[in-house]
Design a protein around this ligand. Structure first.
Ligand SMILES: [Fe+2]
Ligand SMILES: [Fe+2]
Length: 171
């Protein structure tokens, strides 16, 4: 069974993953409002991926005979100054999530909870991917600057992203 402490910490993380989804959905809607449908699609895929992150945690708590408590999800921002501003926000957010995951690993180790430690390693690897993919877009946007042609190109490229739902319901 999960310790009370660990259960509380994972419940907080579930809320953070759901907030991530809400944040990326808000970014997606912002991109729609500035006619960047490719970037909107990219963020929509990201929003769906975050739901998978939350579901994976929920499933784990249940498997360990814990109890998932769903709390209120905070209101995300509505507007961003630019496309770069939004992707910068996404990168900053993922860095924050990475440190939350690191803290969970630390807690698992302090509690000698090897099962949770092992479970969390999937998220440790995933956070590398998250920071890399948001960081790549930020770098490209910086190179492009504010030119209309570059914006068009990157929007096209971001629109190629496809969300692949996990095959197993446990993921
Ligand atoms: Fe996540
Ligand atoms: Fe990811």
């Amino acid at each position: 069974m999960l310790s009370e402490n660990m259960q509380k910490a994972i419940n907080l993380q579930i809320n953070a993953e759901l907030y991530s989804s809400y944040l990326y959905a808000a970014m997606s809607m912002y991109f729609e409002s500035v006619d960047m449908s490719g970037a909107a699609k990219w963020m929509n895929s990201q929003a769906q991926e975050e739901l998978v992150h939350a579901a994976k945690f929920m499933n784990y708590v249940n498997e360990r005979e814990g109890r998932v408590i769903l709390d209120a999800i905070a209101k995300p921002p509505v507007e961003w100054k630019s496309v770069l501003d939004a992707f910068n926000g996404a990168l900053e957010h993922e860095r924050k999530v990475s440190s939350m995951i690191n803290n969970l690993v630390t807690l698992a180790r302090e509690e000698n909870d090897h099962m949770t430690d092992n479970f969390l390693q999937w998220y440790v690897a995933e956070q590398v991917e998250e920071e890399v993919s948001a960081g790549e877009v930020v770098r490209k946007l910086r190179l492009i600057g504010d030119s209309g042609g570059g914006r068009f190109m990157i929007d096209n490229e971001l629109g190629q992203r496809i969300f692949n739902p996990p095959v197993s319901s446990e993921e």
